[in-house]
Design a protein around this ligand. Structure first.
Ligand SMILES: *Cc1c(COP(=O)(O)O)cnc(C)c1O
Length: 422
């Protein structure tokens, strides 16, 4: 296997973009590798510039739950293109998409379409602050909510591997109102509410954390968050940018049966195009301009191409019989293969992480105990054997409906052989 062309492209990219990339984790720094340049992708396969084919378990970091280039999404996008790329005006598709979302997620009474998960979270937090008239928010260590100033504190993911706890360029004032709690630790949340209770506008959480690797909520944890936020009049925000349409059509809230005041969606909801959503309780969303005084806008918001992709993705998921059961079965096989090889796996539905640590991973601290050098070795081994996974210990492995049983089997065999090697 040669990656000569990727190396050449990387050399050309380096002087043009910081690290040669448009998002840090793609730089493959934490696994000491050259990023692969992708030529095309189809189904569960991704093909690099040198013509190497891999089974892809990144799936664009979540959006491609139907696999790459789902024919129905491609068809919908082509049709939408013929009608025009952007209008900067209202169109019927917006009603169809928001209606579909509300059907599957009744807690989203009213919503706004935006362009990225970062923007969705930033706007949801602003709406919660506007609604409550309070400034402080609670987030959990290791949860990632996009790269807006106020949320770049102990934010997991790319930041975790880079060992940069906070970003430069974020004024102190921006994070002053951000209080940190420990994931799965009720006491840490209680302490914050006891001290700051009536100043806390919102509590934001990944209902199943997936940006410090996959860390499921302990039993009753989400219910506890629901109860304490209600008691203090704090807006509970579930950041379902990964889990929305991933754990079920109704997201993590349906999967766990705990319903937030507000929700952010991204990734799958855009069907592979840049689209995200924030929304929730009518009385909160009615604070958003032009109804209310919380300002939020977007030139390309509700872009007709992205909206058409989102609609097609959700419709395709609705149509597939047993979609989530199939995802569960495929994913269970992979997780079993890892466990048989002695790996420490956290899995919920079709997202999972093998942590190179003996500790049970329940929060940021236990996640950080993982041996990233060992992960790097595992990652390289998988890649050499045609399996493309996240170049970081603190990311999820994503399974799609396009992952064929043969490819899952082949992957399990490769994983099993890693055990024999080491
Ligand atoms: C990916 C992600 C975001 C940010 O979304 P972008 O579209 O990358 O800005 C926010 N929250 C969670 C939970 C995510 O996984």
């Amino acid at each position: 296997m040669t990656i000569q062309k990727s190396k050449e492209l990387y050399a050309r990219a380096l002087p043009l973009m910081p690290g040669g990339v448009n998002s840090p984790v793609r730089a493959c720094k934490s696994v000491n590798a050259v990023p692969l340049f992708i030529e095309r992708a189809k189904g569960d396969q991704i093909i690099d510039a040198d013509g190497n084919t891999y089974i892809d378990y990144i799936c664009s970091w979540g959006p491609d739950i139907l696999g790459h280039g789902d024919p129905e999404i491609i068809e919908a996008v082509k049709k939408a293109c013929d009608r025009g790329l952007t209008f900067g005006a209202c169109h019927k598709g917006e009603i169809e998409l928001t209606g579909l979302i509300r059907t599957h997620m009744p807690s989203m009474e009213m919503m706004r379409l935006v362009n990225s998960g970062t923007e969705a979270v930033m706007s949801a937090v602003r709406a919660a602050r506007g609604y409550t008239g309070r400034d402080k928010i609670i987030k959990f260590e290791g949860c990632y909510h996009g790269h807006s100033d106020g949320l770049l504190v102990k934010a997991g993911s790319g930041l975790l591997t880079a060992a940069v706890p906070d970003s430069a360029g974020v004024p102190k004032g921006c994070t002053e109102g951000t209080l940190l709690a420990n994931y799965n630790d009720e006491q840490s949340v209680k302490d914050l509410f006891e001290q700051y209770g009536n100043d806390i506008a919102a509590l934001i959480v990944e209902p199943c954390a997936a940006n410090m690797g996959v860390v499921p909520p302990k039993e009753h944890f989400l219910q506890f968050l629901r109860e304490i936020t209600s008691a203090y009049g704090t807006v509970l925000i579930f950041d379902e940018v990964i889990t929305g349409f991933r754990l079920s059509l109704g997201g993590a809230q349906q999967y766990y049966g705990v319903y937030p005041d507000m929700t952010t969606l991204g990734k799958i909801v855009g069907g592979g195009m840049p689209l995200a959503v924030y929304g929730g309780k009518k009385e909160v969303m009615e604070c958003v301009a032009p109804l209310g005084s919380v300002y939020q806008a977007g030139t390309l918001s509700g872009n007709p191409i992205a909206v058409s992709a989102g609609i097609a993705a959700i419709r395709a998921l609705e149509k597939r019989e047993n979609a989530y059961q199939l995802l569960e079965e495929k994913s269970r096989k992979l997780a079993s293969a890892m466990q048989l090889s002695g790996m420490n796996v956290n899995r919920v539905g079709s997202i999972m992480t093998a942590f190179f640590t003996d500790q049970t991973v329940t929060d940021y601290r236990s996640a950080k105990s993982a041996d990233t050098a060992q992960y790097a070795e595992y990652w390289s081994y998988l890649l050499e054997n045609g399996i493309y996974t996240a170049p970081s210990q603190f990311e999820a492995m994503f399974v799609s409906l396009a992952h064929s049983d043969e490819d899952i089997e082949a992957t399990c065999k490769v994983i099993a052989a890693f055990h024999h090697q080491s």
